[in-house]
Design a protein around this ligand. Sequence first.
Ligand code: NAI
Ligand code: MG
Length: 366
Amino acid sequence: MANPSLLILPGDGIGPEVMAEVRKVADWFGSQGLVFDIDEDLVGGAAYDAHGTPLTDATMEKAQAADAVLLGAVGGPKYDTLDFSVKPERGLLRLRKEMDLYANLRPAQCFDALADFSSLKTEVVSGLDIMIVRELTSGVYFGEPRGIVTEGNERVGINTQRYTESEIARVARSAFELARRRGNKVCSMEKANVMESGILWREVVQKVHDEEYPDIELSHMYADAGAMQLTRWPKQFDVIVTDNLFGDLLSDLAAMLTGSLGMLPSASLGAPMANGRPKALYEPVHGSAPDIAGQGKANPIACILSFAMALRYSFDRGDEAARLEKAVEAVLAKGLRTADLLGEEGRQPVSTSEMGDAIVAALAES
Ligand code: NAI
Ligand code: MG
């Protein structure tokens, strides 16, 4: 059988720095017999500099063909004055759109060594491991009509929340599939009390559940109550599924329960491919961090944990993903911290590559 294929797009700023550490991890798995066919290409500003476009058609084709795509980050001040059509972000948006990645997975997982880094009490976050599934390709960010129009003597800003049954059903399936690999529990959030799109959302999620996933425990919650519950007692949840707008807010909220931007991975999944696994793009939540780029200060863990998600969801290597996550936990438990994970206590931070090396060493010891 062919090796699993991975397209790596480091991008701009700290993207290439954190991706270099992922390469070390992937190489280590390769030395253990889990070999990936890795191809590397340009995206964002780096692609613009080389080709005049933030994503070439050739790179797009490679992304469509790969078992998984891993992206670093795009953008930076150098590109701020570019025309909208060739801005670095357009490269990322094109990938998401053409791969039709409708389910955005944002875990909020608390590493014990960082529990005191959270703004919440340690007992509220310690051991936390939840997953927010946000619908990514429809809803109020895309619905028509939209725009700013003039009515009488004032302007009106218009956006439309719109969901079709099939759009709701497919993201619900992503959440239920995920729940089967985790805690068998899904909470769906909308505002069915005040929005028709929320009423339809609730109906369709319930129908998909009853017909296809009766083994999963399903509950429904209004999204505003969900925000309260997420900060009050987040451990009551396993998988949360919600629309694009609420998911944007709730996933940022949930992520911050556990600490730093430098720790947060994500996945965006689409329809199943011929091999049964979904189309997939993995990326850290953070951006290109131009303020620290090129200084060896970036925390590579968000990107390394994104690779762990690829192991689990694209390569069916849940054991190896867990082993990698445990290696990260072990390194943090030893007290190693990149600068973003240090408070004011004056401890000496480790560099990007020292953190990557330590994680590989912990893997080898595990
Ligand atoms: P950012 O996430 O790049 O940085 C925000 C702050 O967090 C900065 O102080 C940065 O140093 C710090 N930070 C981020 N990642 C870190 C890491 N791994 N280790 C240590 N510290 C880290 O967001 P910002 O500053 O708003 O945007 C910078 C550029 O990145 C912009 O061009 C923006 O458009 C782009 N961007 C790209 C994204 C992507 O590629 N998915 C997402 C967000 C922003
Ligand atoms: Mg957001």
